[in-house]
Design a protein around this ligand. Structure first.
Ligand code: NAD
Ligand code: WQD
Length: 337
């Protein structure tokens, strides 16, 4: 059985990828320090797949541990999800983010490259684009991240490029995800929401459920169809499917392949609210407030490259997303605890 090491595998996106890897009969090793996830996710994965992934509780910054893991196993591939992901927190705690995300990734990737891991997939973000002239972003654009989080991701992408100039044997897939949302259709795993979340979809869901009285919509005077911000919301199941395609793509992969993972369509905040109301049959009270600093009016992926090279296309739409988030909300009213 082919072994895959998944860092951040108990997290939101990682756990959905682990399910699809297990369903494809890979032997999965999850490395996670549980800083933003819980061990119970492993049991939930077993509930869905009938299989329990191997679990190593630990940190990607721990050099001895990472060396030990690679000494004890021969991995077919590495999928690197582990990171801190709050854009606003990265502005307040810049050093913490640099240490966790950049130092951690450098450490992990240095060792993985030394151990000759041929297939490495890295989770980057649409946050690397920053404020572009065009709302539809293409992989080849000059990158200009605004937040420390986005800058961290860009530094890791650059580190990967450096590996490539030094060694021609390793190939990387870099995925730039847009707004990752949704949940497994079973409602068993999904996004285990922290009190501090500032992302739209979980807040919409909590408002529909009555845990939040009113949703605050940041800005109603953007130059968009209804004045609210437009984003590319992509279902986590579609993201997970892209990772499987990413692994299979490796024989054809030329050095580094960077792909946007998005639907290629932008929905407004009001589109999300209305679709969620339709699916949940609940009212979502909201009020408008001023724009959130740093927010763009509109940003969505050009997914052409992933569609053509990976033969991958997002299959699920906003209604599917809201349905699965609502199902997860009902089945896990207070999250995983
Ligand atoms: P998540 O927080 O749910 O999962 C990340 C996991 O990594 C958590 O389980 C956490 O405990 C673990 N982790 C963090 N630092 C670690 C460390 N130093 N050592 C070991 N484990 C560590 O986040 P997610 O939404 O699943 O995101 C996964 C990846 O995708 C991240 O790299 C994130 O930056 C990227 N991404 C996410 C989104 C999104 O919308 N969620 C969009 C673009 C990119
Ligand atoms: C979506 C829209 C807000 C909250 C960032 C990163 C992206 C990914 C996800 C990691 C915007 C509006 C939000 C609220 C609102 N992360 N909104 N009221 O900022 O588009 O994306 O996080 O890599 O790469 O860039 O996501 O969910 O915070 O916001 O009106 O309470 O919802 O203004 O238009 P964002 P978001």
């Amino acid at each position: 059985m082919k072994k895959i090491l998944v860092t951040g595998g108990t997290g939101f996106i990682g756990s959905h990828v682990v399910v699809q890897l297990l369903n494809k009969n890979y032997q999965v090793f999850v490395l996670d320090n549980l800083s933003n996830s819980k061990k119970i996710v492993l049991e939930k994965i077993r509930k869905i797949t009938g299989k329990l992934p191997n679990f190593i509780e630990g940190d990607i910054r721990n050099i001895n541990l990472i060396n030990q893991i690679f000494n004890e196993n021969i991995f077919e591939g590495l999928m690197h999800f582990a990171a801190l992901k709050s854009l606003s927190d990265s502005e307040i705690n810049a050093e913490k983010y640099y240490d966790n995300n950049v130092v951690g990734s450098n450490n992990l990737l240095d060792i993985a490259v030394k151990k000759n891991i041929k297939k490495i997939i890295f989770s980057s973000s649409a946050a690397v684009y920053g404020n572009q002239k065009s709302a539809k972003v293409v992989e080849t654009m000059l990158l200009d991240p605004i937040t420390n989080y986005g800058k961290n991701k860009l530094l890791i992408e650059k580190k990967i490029q450096k590996f490539q100039t030094e060694s021609k044997n390793i190939s990387f897939v870099i995925f730039r995800y847009f707004n990752a949302v949704g949940a497994h259709p079973s409602g068993i795993i999904g996004e285990d929401i922290r009190e501090t979340t500032s992302n739209l979809m979980p807040l919409v869901s909590k408002t529909a459920f009555g845990q939040i009285k009113k949703l605050t919509i940041f800005g109603n005077d953007y130059p968009t169809k209804d004045g609210t911000g437009l984003r590319d919301y992509i279902h986590v199941e579609d993201l997970a499917a892209a990772h499987i395609k990413g692994l299979e793509f490796f024989p054809k992969n030329k050095n580094i392949s960077t792909f946007n993972l998005g639907v290629g369509k932008a929905y407004s905040v009001l589109d999300v609210v209305k679709t969620f109301e339709l699916v949940s049959k609940r009212k979502i009270p909201y009020e408008f407030s001023k724009k959130r600093p740093g927010d763009l009016a509109e940003c969505y992926a050009d997914p052409f490259l992933a569609n053509s090279d990976l033969q991958w296309k997002a299959k699920l739409n906003l209604e599917d997303i809201c349905r699965d988030v609502w199902n997860f909300q009902i089945k896990n009213p207070i999250g995983y605890e």
